[in-house]
Design a protein around this ligand. Structure first.
Ligand SMILES: [Zn+2]
Ligand SMILES: [Zn+2]
Length: 646
C-alpha cells in the first residue's frame, strides 16, 4: 500500500510521560477597550504588573491570593495580557545566596595558573590530588569561570546525590542560574527540563552524577571529575561504563583539559601519573591552615572478650564523645554496615538466617521489625522461625548502624542523634533534610555509613569515630585494600574542617596492617607504594586490563555448563602454549563469591592481560564463536574493567 502511494508510513517519537512545564505570565498592556470598575485588589494587581512589566501567576499569587480569578476580566478588558511561557522545574527549590570568590591560597593559585597556561593547548588530563579540606572545589570554580568567560561550557561530575546538593549549592552561589543539574533522582519532568536547558543553551555549566558526562554541550572548555576514586562513577547495569574514563575520552574528543580530583586518588589514576599520562597538581595544606586531624588507633582485640558496649564503643571512644559534646561540638560515628544485627543465628541448630533468594545472611532491622536481605530486599518478619529446624530462638549477632545508634542513645541520653544510611534516606528529600539538620547544628551525634564519608563539609564536626576500620579489608576483591584506605582517609577528613582541631578515634583489629597505618598517617603515597607491587606481581589493574564474564541463571546446572563451555572456547582461542598463557591469564570458571542473588546462580571467568589489545580481541572473538551463542535461561554479561568482583 505504501508503494502504491495509498498510505504514508512515518515514524513518530513515542511520548514519554515528561512534558515541558508551562506557566501563565501576566504582561502589562494598558490599552483598555472597555472601562471596568476598579476594586482595591484589581488596582493592586495592575500596580504590581506595571512595576514588574512581566510577572508569573505564581508570583502574583504570593501577593494576591485571589489573583487567578482577577486576571481574566482584566485581560478581556485589555488592561493586561496573559501568555504561556515555559518554566523550568527546580529540583531543589531552595534559594541560594550569591557568594563572592575568596582570595585563593598560594597553592590554589599555582594550580589554577598551571591549568590556565595549558588551556589553549587542548586536551590534557590532570590529577588534582588535594588533601581533605584543601579547597579543590574553589579551584574547579575558578577554572570553570575562566572557561565560560571564553564562551565555552563546562561539565562537572560529582559522585552522589547527597554530595551534588552541596557542590551544586556552591556552584549556584557563584554562577547563579547558569547551571543545569543531572542525576538519577530527578523526576522525568525535571530531567527533561534540565536537558532542554542545555540544548537550548540556557546554561553553560552542568553538574551531575555519572550520566552528566553525556550532557549535550557542543563547545566544552573543561571537564571536572570530583572525587574521581568514587566507585559510583561505574555504571553496573544496562550500559556498563565508567564516567571517569569517559570524561577523559570526551576531553580528548573536545580537545579540552580534564581534571580528576581526589584526596585519595585511585591506584589507576596515580599509575597514570607515574606513567606520565596525567600531570599531577597538588594541594598539600588545608585552606584554614589547620593540620589534618590527629588519628588515634584503638586495638579492638583488647575488648574482644569483654561484654556490653565496650566491644563496640570502646572507653577511649566514649571518653572523646563525652568531651566533644561537652564542648558543644558535633561527633560523627562511622560504621560501614547498616541494620541492627547483621548476623542472626539460630540458637538451636546454629544455622544463620539466610535470604531465600540470595546467598547471604539477612540483617535485622529493628526500626522496621523485620529481617532484610541487602541484595534483593526480601524481608521476613521479626517473629520468623528458623527455616532449618523451626526453632523460634534466633539470636541477633553482629551489629550495624542501627545498633550503634541505640547504644549511643543509652550512653549519651542528653545528645540529639541522627542516623544516615540507605535505610534512613530512602525517601525523596530525606538526605537533604538530614544534611541540613547537621549543618544547622540541630544534631550532636551523627551515625552513618559511607554516605557520610563523601566530601561533606561540616565545620562543627570535631570528632570522627570509626567503629571498625577493618570491615571491608578482607572482602574477596583485589581493590578491597584500596577502598578501605580511601574510606578511612575520607571519613577522617570530615573532622576539624572548622576552627577547632579535629580528632579521629579509629577502632581496629589490625593496627599493624599497612593499610591501617597508611590511613592513620593519611598518606596516599605510602599506601600506593605498598599496594602497587602486589598488583604488579599478580597482574591486576592498573598493570593489566581485566574483563569479567558473568554467567547467571536460575538453573545451577545450566549456568555451570555454559560457564565451562565459555572457558573452554576462551582457552582454545588463546592457545595453551606457555607464552600465550603468560600473556593472557584466564581465571575460572568459578562460582562467584556471592553464589546466588535474587534466585539466580552466578559463575564468573576473569580474563586479564598486560595488553589491552590482546584481551579485547580475545573476548571479541569469543562473542562471535558459535558455541557461545545465547542460551535460554542463562545470561552472559561482559564487564570490561569490572568494579564489583563478588
Ligand atoms: Zn534452627
Ligand atoms: Zn536476597
Amino acid at each position: 500500500m505504501e508503494k502504491q502511494d495509498l498510505i504514508i508510513v512515518s515514524a513518530v517519537l513515542k511520548k514519554d510521560g515528561a512534558k515541558v512545564k508551562k506557566e501563565k505570565f501576566i504582561l502589562q498592556k494598558d490599552e483598555p477597550k472597555t472601562i471596568i470598575r476598579m476594586s482595591q485588589k484589581r488596582k493592586k494587581l495592575l500596580c504590581l504588573v506595571k512595576e514588574k512589566k512581566e510577572i508569573s501567576l505564581t508570583g502574583l499569587k504570593a501577593h494576591i491570593p485571589t489573583a487567578p480569578a482577577l486576571i481574566k476580566p482584566l485581560a478581556e478588558a485589555g488592561y493586561i495580557q496573559i501568555v504561556q511561557r515555559q518554566v523550568f522545574r527546580d529540583p531543589l527549590g531552595d534559594p541560594v545566596e550569591p557568594d563572592t570568590p575568596p582570595t585563593l591560597t598560594v597553592e590554589q593559585e599555582t594550580v589554577v595558573k598551571r591549568v590556565q597556561e595549558n588551556l589553549t593547548r587542548g586536551f590534557k588530563p590532570y590529577l588534582l590530588s588535594g588533601i581533605t579540606g584543601s579547597g579543590k572545589t574553589e579551584v574547579y570554580m575558578r577554572l570553570v569561570q575562566d572557561v565560560i568567560e571564553k564562551g565555552k561550557s563546562a561539565i562537572v561530575l560529582v559522585p552522589e546525590i547527597s554530595l551534588i546538593s552541596q557542590t551544586e549549592r556552591r556552584f549556584r552561589a557563584r554562577f547563579g542560574e547558569k547551571i543545569a543539574v543531572i542525576h538519577s533522582s530527578l523526576t522525568k519532568g525535571e530531567l527533561l527540563d534540565q536537558w532542554r536547558k542545555i540544548v537550548l543553551k540556557k546554561v553553560r555549566i552542568v553538574i551531575g552524577a555519572r550520566s552528566a558526562v553525556f550532557a549535550p554541550f557542543e563547545n566544552i572548555g573543561i571537564i571536572v571529575v570530583d572525587e574521581e576514586h568514587d566507585t559510583s562513577y561505574k555504571q553496573e547495569t544496562g550500559l556498563r561504563y565508567n564516567a571517569g574514563d569517559l570524561a577523559v575520552v570526551r576531553g580528548k574528543m573536545n580537545d579540552c583539559p580534564v581534571i580528576l580530583g581526589s584526596a585519595t586518588p585511585s591506584v589507576q589514576s596515580y599509575q597514570n601519573v607515574v606513567m606520565k599520562r596525567f600531570e599531577e597538581l597538588k594541594l598539600k595544606t588545608r585552606v584554614n591552615r589547620h593540620p589534618l586531624p590527629e588519628i588515634t588507633l584503638v586495638d579492638l582485640k583488647k575488648y574482644k572478650d569483654g561484654w556490653g558496649h565496650d566491644r563496640i564503643i570502646t572507653p577511649e571512644l566514649s571518653k572523646e564523645i563525652r568531651s566533644c559534646l561537652d564542648n558543644g561540638n558535633q561527633a560523627l560515628i562511622f560504621l560501614n554496615r547498616r541494620g541492627f544485627a547483621t548476623f542472626p543465628v539460630c540458637r538451636d541448630c546454629g544455622k544463620s538466617l539466610s535470604c531465600k533468594y540470595c546467598d547471604i545472611t539477612m540483617t535485622l532491622h529493628k526500626g522496621h521489625n523485620e529481617y532484610r536481605c541487602h541484595l534483593c530486599g526480601y524481608g521476613r518478619p521479626v517473629t520468623v522461625k528458623c527455616p532449618e529446624c523451626g526453632s523460634s530462638k534466633i539470636k541477633p549477632l553482629g551489629f550495624g548502624t542501627e545498633k550503634v545508634e541505640s547504644m549511643l542513645k543509652a550512653l549519651f541520653p542528653d545528645a540529639r542523634l541522627v542516623r544516615m544510611d540507605q535505610d534512613s534516606t530512602s525517601r525523596k528529600g530525606a538526605t537533604i533534610k538530614i544534611l541540613k539538620s547537621i549543618r544547622n547544628r540541630n544534631v550532636d551525634i551523627i551515625v552513618g555509613t559511607q554516605m557520610l564519608a563523601k566530601g561533606h563539609d561540616f565545620p562543627s564536626i570535631t570528632l570522627v569515630g570509626v567503629i571498625c576500620a577493618d570491615l571491608s579489608l578482607s572482602l574477596p576483591d583485589f581493590r578491597a585494600g584500596e577502598r578501605t584506605f580511601q574510606l578511612l582517609a575520607q571519613v577522617s577528613g570530615r573532622a576539624g574542617r572548622g576552627d577547632t582541631k579535629g580528632k579521629v578515634i579509629m577502632q581496629t583489629y589490625n593496627p599493624d596492617h599497612f593499610i591501617i597505618e597508611a590511613a592513620k598517617k593519611q598518606d596516599f603515597l605510602e599506601f600506593f607504594h605498598n599496594e602497587a607491587p602486589f598488583r604488579k606481581a599478580l597482574l591486576y589493574p592498573p598493570f593489566s586490563r581485566m574483563i569479567q564474564l558473568k554467567i547467571s541463571g536460575s538453573s545451577f546446572a545450566k549456568v555451570k555448563a555454559y560457564a565451562a563451555d565459555i572457558a573452554e572456547v576462551l582457552k582454545v582461542l588463546r592457545g595453551n602454549e606457555r607464552k600465550q598463557k603468560n600473556m593472557i591469564q584466564i581465571l575460572g570458571p568459578v562460582e562467584a563469591s556471592i553464589q546466588k542473588i535474587s534466585s539466580r546462580f552466578r559463575w564468573q571467568i576473569l580474563v586479564k592481560s598486560p595488553s589491552s589489545a590482546l584481551v579485547n580481541r580475545l573476548v571479541k572473538s569469543l562473542m562471535n564463536h558459535p558455541k557461545v551463542t545465547p542460551r535460554s535461561g542463562v545470561r552472559l554479561i561482559v564487564d570490561v574493567d569490572p568494579y564489583f568482583l563478588m
